[in-house]
Structure formats: C-alpha cells, structure tokens
Design a protein around this ligand. Structure first.
Ligand code: PEP
Ligand code: MN
Length: 266
C-alpha cells in the first residue's frame, strides 16, 4: 500500500484542513514538551503567527533516563487542547502505548516516535483508528524497514501516514544524529507518502536548525517539524535544539520564499 509502484501519484494527507504532500507544504512547530498552560499557549500563538500550520507538544515523553521529566501525560494533552482552542491550530503529539489510544481520540495527528517505529502492536492499533499518523524513522532503521512500518499502519486500513526523517545513528558524535537528506529523496522514490524532516532532533543544536531546514526543503521535503520553546535555556526537554519564537519567525521568512521557489504551496 505504501509502494510508489502501485500508486504513482503523491498522496496528500489532510490534517483538519491542513494538506501535506503532493505540492502542499506544512510546518509543524512547538515545544518538545508541554510544561504549563501559559507555556504551550504562548508557543502556540507565536508559531502560528510565524506561519506554522500545526502545533506540536509532547505529553508522553520517551526519555532515555527514567529520572528525566516524563511529560505531563494526560494533563499535558488537556493543555495542548486548550492551546488548540486558543489558536485554531491542529495538534500533533506522541503516543507511546496502545492503552492510551482513548486519550488520543481528540488529537488531530498522532505521532509514533522513533523509539516505537517497530512497536508493531502500536502500529497496528493506530492503523485501526482514523486519525492521520506521523511516523518517525527509528534511531537505526533502514528506509526499507521505515516503509514497512508505514505498511503496518496502512494494512489495518489507515492510509493517512506521514513519514518523518529525524536523523539516524552513525559513528559521528558531534551532532545528536546524522540527518539523512538523501533518505528523503530515496523515500520519495520508494513511496507515495509525504515525507517531512525534523532538523531539531537530527542535529541537537539550535544554531544548526535553520540551515538543515532550508536544505530539507531543497531535498524535496513535504514539510518540517521544528522545536520552538519560549525559553530554551529553561526547557524541561531538548532546550539545546529548540529555537526561540523570534528565531523561528526569522527562519519562516526564508522557508516561505524557498517553498515558493520550489513551486509548492504552504
Ligand atoms: C519528539 O518529537 O519529541 C521526539 C521524541 O522525537 P523522536 O521520536 O524523533 O526522537
Ligand atoms: Mn524533543
């Protein structure tokens, strides 16, 4: 179902009226984690004003250490919905457990994170519901494995899958991961699904994010996911890679022109 061979045309995924793929470009932005009502609402307003069409914010966080902030969980989801009501932006947030699915009924785009890319029961479960799914590439997964994970979701009946390249593990240690832009080009050959790029998790350094975001657009990405925090130095998660709202606003000025240059709409 994901194979380009049987679907020559690009798929366009509609997230509450926001189109992604086939010439439609969308930017997802917001903090790594929801931390308070003020924080998520402020971030939501700023990223919307800068031109982001979807709001992200993690409530259930897959942290390396069990002693790190685990997210505000269902309370965080409620705050994210308040931010949606304040801005009108559809919301994107990560699910880690099939048992949490009822909590995600009202989420506009359900994210399956890198660490769960091959959690096959979770993939089947999000495939059995109707909301679109944002599937992130696993930390060390091949493109073939990535597309097969999309296939798991689609095989259950939900063909609204967006792929996200977010950097992979390599021998390089100066960046959090290595952004595989060639993989974006290859994915577009392998599949008709939209492919977006998350430069924030790919490199781990806020100062690098603008250049990687621009490169992603040039590589044919159908969208971007960018972490933006009101006060990155105090962020509970991923502050080092988060842009300030002002930095994001400046970046979006370039992205808009670049998207137009490549003949896409946003
Ligand atoms: C995230 O988007 O906050 C996240 C945890 O990303 P990834 O699964 O790509 O590490
Ligand atoms: Mn993050």
């Amino acid at each position: 179902k994901a194979n380009r061979k049987f679907h020559p045309d690009d798929s366009v995924i509609d997230v509450e009226g926001v189109k992604i793929g086939g010439g439609s470009f969308a930017v997802i932005a917001g903090p790594c984690s929801i931390e308070s009502e003020e924080q998520i609402t402020y971030c939501a307003q700023r990223v919307k004003a800068a031109g982001a069409s979807l709001l992200r914010g993690g409530a259930f966080k897959p942290r390396t250490s069990p002693y790190s902030f685990q997210g505000m969980r269902s309370e965080g989801l409620d705050l994210l919905k308040l931010a949606r009501r304040a801005t009108g932006s559809p919301i994107v947030t990560e699910i880690m457990n099939t048992e949490h699915l009822p909590l995600f009924e009202n989420v506009d785009l359900i994210q399956v994170g890198a660490r769960n890319m091959q959690n096959f029961e979770l993939l089947k479960a999000v495939g059995r519901q109707k909301k679109p799914v944002l599937l992130k590439r696993g930390l060390a997964n091949t493109l073939e494995e990535f597309v097969m994970s999309a296939e798991y979701i689609m095989a259950e009946g939900n063909e609204n899958v967006i792929l996200c390249e977010r950097g992979i593990r390599t021998f390089e240690t100066s960046m959090r991961n290595t952004l595989d832009l060639a993989g974006v080009v290859m994915l577009h050959k392998m599949t008709h699904l939209p492919v977006i790029v998350d430069p924030s998790h790919a490199c781990g350094h806020a100062w690098m994010v603008p250049q990687l975001a621009k490169a992603a657009v040039a590589a044919g990405a159908d969208g971007l996911m960018i972490e933006v925090h009101n006060d990155p130095a105090k962020a509970k998660c991923d502050g080092a890679q988060s842009l300030t709202p002002d930095q994001f606003d400046e970046l979006m000025g370039f992205i808009r022109k670049e998207v137009e240059f490549f003949g896409k709409k946003m």
